[in-house]
Design a protein around this ligand. Structure first.
Ligand code: NAI
Length: 299
C-alpha cells in the first residue's frame, strides 16, 4: 500500500503535550501535516497551566523537520486554538479532540467542582474547538474529526460518573457532527483508547503502563483523519495493537397495544424484549420510527 500522507493538511491536536496527543501530533507531523500542538500544561486533575509543555513538543517536531506551532490555550477557549491554526497555517482540516483530565470520586462523594471541571475540559472543550473548526470545514468542503472517548464512557466505571458521562457524550457529539457534516465532506469518528500515560498512572499499575504504548493508538487516529478513510460516525476501541469497532445492537423487541398496557404486560414480554436473536444494528433515528411502525397492533 502507498504511504498515507497529510501533505497540505492542517491538524489541530488538543492535549498534545503528553501521552496520546503527543503521539498523534508527532505521527501526523512526520507524515506531512502542519500541526497545532495545543496543551494547557496543567495537572492531571486540571490545575495550573504551563506554556512550555506545548512549546517543547512543537520544538521537537520542528527540529525533526516537521512543521508545528505551539498553543497554550485551554480547549474551553476553542476559538483561540482554531484561530491559531488559521493565523499560522491558513486553515484547519483535521481536529483530534484529545485533551483530558480526571477527577475520580465515587458518585455519592462527587462534588459540583469535580463534575463541572471534567465537563468543561472534555465535553465543552471539544464542543468549542469543534464548532469553531466545523464552520471553516463546511465552507471548504473537507474536514476530519476524531473524538476521544473511553471504555469508562461506553461501559461505565466505578468512580468516574463525571468522566464517563462526558466521554459517552463525546460520541453523541461525534455522531451528530457526522450527520451534519456528511454532505459537506466532513467526517467524525470516536476512539476509545487504552494507553499507558500520566493520566492512566492514577488507575493503572506500572507493568500495565509499560505494556500499553500511545504509539499503538495513533495509527488508528491518523487513519480516521485521512482523506481515504470512509468511516463516519463510528466508534472504535484501540490499544496495544488491537483495534475493534463497537456498534449499537437492538433486539427485535416485543409489540404491545399502543393504546395502553400495564406493567404486568411488560413483565410478560420481558424475555422477548431481552432476546437478541435476529438482532439488528441501527445507525439512525429513522430506524426507530420504522421499528415502531411495524407494531401489528397499530390500527
Ligand atoms: P495525558 O494526561 O497524558 O494527556 C492529556 C493532556 O491534555 C495533558 O497534556 C494535559 O495538559 C492536556 N489538557 C488537560 N486539560 C486541558 C485543557 N483544558 N486544554 C488543553 N489541554 C488540556 O492523558 P492521556 O492518557 O494521553 O489522555 C488523552 C485522552 O485520552 C484523554 O481525553 C483521556 O480521557 C483519553 N483516554 C485515555 C486513556 C488511556 O488509557 N490513556 C483511556 C481512555 C481515554
Amino acid at each position: 500500500m502507498a504511504t498515507l500522507t497529510f501533505e497540505n493538511k492542517v491538524a489541530v491536536v488538543t492535549g498534545a503535550g503528553n501521552g496520546l496527543g503527543l503521539s498523534h501530533a508527532k505521527l501526523l507531523a512526520a507524515r506531512g501535516a502542519k500541526v497545532v500542538v495545543n496543551d494547557l500544561g496543567g495537572s492531571t486533575s486540571g490545575e495550573g497551566s504551563d506554556d512550555t509543555v506545548a512549546e517543547a513538543v512543537a520544538r521537537e517536531i520542528n527540529d525533526a523537520g516537521g512543521e508545528a506551532v505551539a498553543n497554550g490555550d485551554s480547549v474551553t477557549d476553542g476559538e483561540k486554538i482554531i484561530q491559531c491554526a488559521l493565523d499560522n497555517f491558513g486553515g484547519v482540516d483535521i481536529v483530534i479532540n484529545n485533551a483530558g483530565i480526571l477527577r475520580d470520586k465515587s458518585f455519592h462523594k462527587m462534588s459540583d467542582d469535580d463534575w463541572n471541571l471534567v465537563y468543561e475540559v472534555h465535553l465543552k472543550g471539544a464542543f468549542k474547538v469543534s464548532r469553531a473548526a466545523f464552520q471553516h470545514m463546511r465552507e471548504k468542503g473537507y474536514g476530519r474529526f476524531v473524538m476521544t472517548t473511553s471504555a469508562a464512557g461506553i461501559y461505565g466505571n466505578f468512580g468516574q460518573a463525571n468522566y464517563s458521562a462526558c466521554k459517552l457524550a463525546l460520541h453523541g457529539l461525534s455522531q451528530t457532527v457526522a450527520v451534519e457534516g456528511r454532505a459537506k465532506g466532513v467526517k467524525s469518528n470516536t476512539i476509545a483508547p487504552i494507553a499507558g500515560s500520566r493520566l492512566m498512572g492514577t488507575v493503572m499499575d506500572e507493568e500495565a503502563m509499560n505494556r500499553l504504548s500511545p504509539a499503538a493508538v495513533s495509527p488508528l487516529a491518523a487513519w480516521l483523519c485521512h482523506e481515504d478513510c470512509d468511516a463516519n460516525g463510528e466508534l472504535f476501541e484501540v490499544g496495544a495493537g488491537w483495534i475493534s469497532r463497537v456498534r449499537w445492537e437492538r433486539s427485535q423487541g416485543a409489540y404491545l397495544k399502543p393504546a395502553g398496557f400495564d406493567p404486568e404486560d411488560v413483565a410478560e414480554v420481558w424475555n422477548q424484549v431481552n432476546d437478541f436473536t435476529d438482532a439488528t444494528h441501527p445507525v439512525d433515528t429513522g430506524s426507530t420510527m420504522q421499528a415502531i411502525g411495524r407494531n401489528p397492533n397499530l390500527s
